[in-house]
Each structure stands twice: as C-alpha cells, then as structure tokens.
Design a protein around this ligand. Sequence first.
Ligand SMILES: *Cc1c(COP(=O)(O)O)cnc(C)c1O
Length: 323
Amino acid sequence: MAPTSPTVADVWTARSRITSIVRPTPTLPSQSLTELAGAEVFLKWETMHPTGSFKIRGAANKLLSLSSEQRRRGVATFSTGNHGLAVAYVARSLSIPATVCLSTGVPENKVRGMKRFGARVEVQGRSQDEAEEYCVRLASDEGLTVIEPFDDPEVIAGQGTIGLELLDQLPRVQTVLVPLSGGGLIAGIALAIKANNPGARLVGITMERGAAMYESLRAGHPVSIEEEETLADSLRGGIGRRNRYTFALVRKLVDDTLLVTEAAIGRAMTLLFREHRAAVEGAAAVGVAALLEGKLESSNGPIAAVITGNNVDAGVFAAVIGT
Ligand SMILES: *Cc1c(COP(=O)(O)O)cnc(C)c1O
C-alpha cells in the first residue's frame, strides 16, 4: 500500500526519532535585517549541521524508518548535492551502504564531500532528471532502496522538525521565509507551523532562473523546466512529473511564492557575510534576497528566514563577496 501524505503527527514522530543524529539549530536575531525590514527578523542557522545543510533531518528520519532487511541491502539516491551528502553521512553513521547518483552539473566540492562520507558516487546524466532515471534503474538491479530528495512522507516530516524547533524558539513568528525547490522543506515546515499557529504566513522563495514549483503552481500541475546556471544551484531541478506529495501540500499550505534575481541573491550572500560573518550558498540566501528586494508583504510580527546550507564553492563565494 502506498504511504499517505504526512501530517503534523509524523513531524512529531520524526522529531523524537532523529534526536540521536540531529541536533537543534539556533534561531538568532539579525539587527541589520530588522532595521531594513521594519519588523523583527530572525535567522535559523541550518548551516550548523555536520553536512552543512538541513537535509540531514529528512535523511535521518527516512533511513531510521527502514526495515533491517532494507538497511542491509543499502540505499541509493540522486541529488543536486546536499541531499546526497546527508544520505551519505546518515548511512555511514548507521552502517548502511549508500550510492549517490549525480548529474554532471553538480559542483566538484560536493562530489568530494560525498566520497569523504564514504558513499559510492556515480556521475551520470546531464540533468537532475537523467541522474534520477539512472538511480532508479541501478536500485532495481541491485535491490537498493531509493531515498527521494523531497517527495517522500518521511523526508518531508524530517524537514518539518525545523518548524517545531522554530515554534519553541520564536512562538510569535508571523512570517516564515523558506527556500523552495522540490518543496519537501517548506511542506514539512508548513505542516508544523500551520497546525500550531494557523495565522502564520509561509512564503516560498526561488530564483528566477528555473523555478519548477513556482511554474507548476501557476500551471495547476507539475511542469518540467529548463535547468539554468544560478547561484542557487541547490534549488535547481524539477518537482517530478509524477509528484505525489509536495505539490499538493505546497498548494494547500503555502501562502505565497516569490522569485528573486541573481543580483539579489549575490547581495544577500554579501550581507550575510558582512553582518553575520557567515559563508552561505546561494540557495540559502534567497529569503534574505526577498527582504532586500522589498518583495514581501509587511509582517505584523517577527519574520524568520531559514538559512538552509553553506555548501558553496570557495571560488564562487570569493567572486560574489569581492564584487
Ligand atoms: C534542498 C535544498 C533546498 C530546498 O529544499 P526542497 O525540499 O527541495 O524544497 C533549499 N536550500 C538548500 C541549501 C537545499 O539543499
């Protein structure tokens, strides 16, 4: 039987299940962004996990829910990078064999990271969709369990633990800014926040170049988009033509979706470096970019932006900060 769509109860289950692997992250005020936005702004630092992104939450919840037979056979995944890193890290800590299938577009620093965490890496296909096809074939040939990057109830519930932490740390939160790609992150956070604080607004933010969920929401069904070069490389890729969970959850629970320019992403990365001495990747900076561009409706309570990851190539980071 196919699993049903996750609920807030699954997010609570995930929170207790992952405590041995995932630590809570801090939510800290940003003085400069507060001055700029005209409302209190807080940043949730999901960069502080051992793999540098929140994806460890969903990966831990999924791998910990597998049967002992599935664990023994091993897991396979396809990823723009951070999900692959997270699966490799969690698999190693649970002694599960892991294979990661990547497209040729994934930056070299992420490939190195994957190997460092002990995963077998297969670079196949020019796009995310091609890497996925390869992964599914390999998994069925070798009896591996495919760990989806976003369209999976356990992965969504794992990412949702961010929302539960945020409610503890900032109960008055009124607006939550969440980078949006496949939608597992925002769907999970929205399940947690809306169940406890239905008045809070959930805003998904994507780069202008290749916004798959944004275009799908407007079309009313999942659509494929051209992948393009962007600073927010972790937000690239489609939502899957046979999307089962995240499209419906995002449509139901997310209040607004916004697009930001490459220039604004660069300015946001620079601000986070200058004001917070943090090196973050483009995908993580899109919420701050939306604040800088003045694209948000005014918030009558605190704004929280989820800073999702720090896996940025050193050369790319230096070029952005140096301009
Ligand atoms: C995966 C990822 C996202 C988006 O998560 P989805 O569940 O695909 O929407 C945002 N930021 C970073 C750094 C990521 O790795």
